[in-house]
Write a protein that binds this ligand. Structure first.
Ligand code: C2E
Ligand code: MG
Ligand code: MG
Ligand code: MG
Length: 299
């Protein structure tokens, strides 16, 4: 019996090993294919920026926008950032792609200002690979200079895990960026392992509550408690708080009740092509800039 059991364990072990390697091979091939495609995407100008509006939770007014990269893939169609950004990071291509994002976001924001659209600060996501390069400060400066965008209209979003890798070093880099007048937001807050003591060392303007906490806000007491705690923490630190991934009227109602400053999510407006955002902002006259979004109607 013992022998039989041993045999089963061995053979299933061998099977699962083969299964594992086959899976690995497929994943490596997929990685290399995407990496290759990313290179030609850079050459052929296949990247786009979409913009997701951020709303004043109390009034429904659009106050800001986040730039999110998209890839108009010749065969696979429009891809979301989540579908390729990891490969971009792990292959090192994120540097070049990130440079493009920074410049394009600044250019677009400045163009909209020139054309007289409602001026909104634009947030750009920065990966750790970009932040830990010493030339990031110079790159931000160049993007502002060549676009003519004033620094106060640019915000960079970084995640907790990125900050905590090397606190002293990253605090220095962020101080320099903040010194230029560019704002900083902590993205996906609550998912990493920030030490609250360290948070104060970073010159942040905003905290973004991760969407995993927002998702179950109205059904899970723990998530509700976490959201409330993050909002309170932001207050204490003098930071604005943004909730992301708002999908239901119940979530929105909760966030408004607990005085979250800004809300962002598919209920109110998904990330959209520049032309669509222009329509949305155009529809929002200076006087009528309240409750434009369907999500706010009747709330
Ligand atoms: P993030 O910065 O936390 O962005 C939020 C993600 O949630 C975006 O996915 C957005 O499209 C999506 N989202 C927005 N509203 C909702 C909602 O109501 N429900 C749900 N389920 N999702 C919502 P996306 O565009 O695929 O981006 C994924 C991540 O990729 C971003 O997370 C960010 O970390 C990164 N990323 C996006 N664009 C860039 C970029 O230009 N550069 C870098 N380095 N990273 C980027
Ligand atoms: Mg973000
Ligand atoms: Mg986020
Ligand atoms: Mg995220």
């Amino acid at each position: 019996n013992a022998d039989a059991a041993m045999y089963v364990a061995k053979s299933s072990g061998r099977n699962s090993f083969q299964f594992f390697t086959a899976d690995m091979n497929a994943r490596v091939r997929e990685f290399l294919r995407v990496e290759n495609d990313l290179r030609s995407a850079l050459k052929n100008g296949e990247f786009r920026l979409h913009y997701q509006p951020q709303f004043d939770a109390a009034s429904g007014e659009i106050l800001a926008m986040e730039a999110l990269i998209r890839w108009q893939h010749p065969q696979r169609g429009l891809l979301l950032a989540g579908q390729f950004i990891r490969v971009a990071e792990e292959s090192g291509l994120i540097e070049e792609i990130g440079d493009w994002v920074l410049n394009e976001a600044c250019r677009q924001a400045r163009e909209w200002q020139r054309r007289g659209l409602k001026a909104l600060p634009v947030s750009v996501n920065l990966s750790g690979f970009q932040l830990y390069r010493r030339d990031i400060v110079a790159k931000v400066g160049r993007a502002l200079q060549s676009s003519g965008l004033e620094p106060r209209w640019l915000e960079l979003e970084v995640t907790e895990s990125v900050l905590m890798q090397d606190v002293a070093r990253v605090a220095g880099i962020l101080q320099e960026i903040r010194g230029m007048g560019v704002k900083l937001a902590l993205d996906d807050f609550g998912t990493g392992y920030s030490s609250l003591a360290y948070l104060q060392r970073f010159p942040l303007s905003r905290l973004k509550v991760d969407q995993t906490f927002v998702r179950d806000i109205s059904v899970d007491d723990n998530d509700a408690a976490i959201c409330k705690a993050i909002i309170a923490l932001a207050r204490t630190l003098g930071l604005q708080v943004v909730a992301e991934g708002v999908e239901t009227p119940q979530q929105l109602a909760f966030l408004r009740e607990h005085r979250c400053d800004l809300v962002q999510g598919n209920l109110l407006g998904a990330a959209m092509a520049p032309q669509q955002l222009e329509l949305l902002l155009g529809a929002q006259g200076p006087e009528e800039s309240r409750g434009v979004s369907r999500g706010f109607r009747g709330v």
